[in-house]
Design a protein around this ligand. Structure first.
Ligand code: C2E
Ligand code: CA
Ligand code: CA
Ligand code: CA
Length: 281
């Protein structure tokens, strides 16, 4: 072991800086978290702007650290992507989402689940097969799922991304372009992808009622999406004014704190009951 340390480990630790040491220990911690079941599936409802009906939820992962408490994805997803750990995490999320979907179906709840997919996942040749296995194991259909992909994830390696997306779509899963408007994808390219939905980034939607430029951007995006035959979703709805404005502009679906913050997936059926009774009241 001493020899190993001399030739390998010692040399290595001298050349890595503090930040990469931190991300190394973070990787170890994430692996442990997966083994010990410290990740939890949260979901946030998406409603139809016209009918107020809950049509889907977005799956959002949370990490419950024994000492640090709840950790938001912004603090570990980037590291998970850098280190490749995201591949395992995405599979965990898909499995948790599929298990949820199964339970909800048994309870008569038929809503789609959107799952976030990263660049690394798109470059993973085995992903479609892996997803098929997970769905089969949980006895749910691919049609119950929508995959949210950012423009930058696609543009990292458009050829390989396109291949993976074609396979996933052919299986029956829907595809959504997330954070639309913040990336650099060409519209000509997007047109060729088997996409079903555009999701307008919340940076344009938050405080939209106070910002005429953002309103114009949102309107153009809705029109663009509709002209391309796509469903358009807005995220980051924090008040009634924005929701009303989106309705006026013809947006299809809405997601945001005004409707509900993300909640543990297990709370969803009870929340849904309350939502329904509030609509009829
Ligand atoms: P995202 O995919 O754009 O997800 C939307 C984020 O906006 C979520 O943050 C959500 O809680 C937040 N949000 C929703 N409504 C509102 C609102 O009305 N106001 C504001 N201010 N925020 C709102 P969250 O859960 O912290 O996730 C952050 C990002 O982490 C996500 O952004 C996504 O990129 C990533 N992420 C989360 N879960 C996963 C996952 O399972 N896999 C992957 N690859 N990425 C994930
Ligand atoms: Ca998303
Ligand atoms: Ca988003
Ligand atoms: Ca985002």
């Amino acid at each position: 072991a001493a020899k190993l340390a001399k030739n390998g480990a010692v040399l290595y630790s001298q050349t890595i800086d503090k930040s990469s040491q931190q991300s190394l220990s973070l990787l170890t911690e994430m692996r442990t978290a997966l083994e010990q079941n410290h990740f939890q599936l949260y979901v946030q409802p998406k409603v139809s702007v016209i009918s107020n009906e809950v049509v889907a939820v977005e799956a959002l992962v949370r990490w419950f650290h024994p000492e640090k408490g709840m950790i938001f994805p912004d603090q570990f997803i980037p590291f998970a992507e850098q280190t490749g750990f995201i591949r395992q995490l995405t599979r965990w999320v898909m499995n948790a989402a599929a298990a949820c979907c199964q339970q909800w179906q048994n309870a008569g709840i038929n809503i789609k689940i959107s799952v976030n997919i990263s660049t690394r996942d798109l470059l993973d040749q085995e992903l479609p097969e892996k997803f098929a296995e997970i769905l089969q194991k949980n006895q749910v259909l691919p049609e119950c799922f929508c995959l949210e992909i950012t423009e930058s994830a696609i543009m990292d390696d458009p050829v390989r991304a396109h291949l993976t997306l074609d396979k996933l779509h052919a299986m029956g899963m829907e595809l959504s372009i997330d954070d639309f408007g913040t990336g650099y994808s060409s519209l000509a390219y997007l047109k060729r992808l088997p996409v079903d939905e555009l999701k307008i980034d919340k940076s344009f939607v938050l405080k939209m009622e106070q910002d005429i430029d953002n309103t114009k951007i949102v309107k153009s995006t809705i029109d663009l999406g509709h002209n391309m035959g796509l469903r358009v979703v807005a995220e980051g709805i924090e008040n009634a004014e924005v929701l009303a404005l989106l309705k006026e502009l013809g947006c299809d679906q809405a997601q945001g704190y005004f409707i509900s913050k993300p909640m543990p997936a297990g709370n969803m059926p009870a929340w849904l009951e309350r939502w329904k009774s509030n609509q009829t009241a």
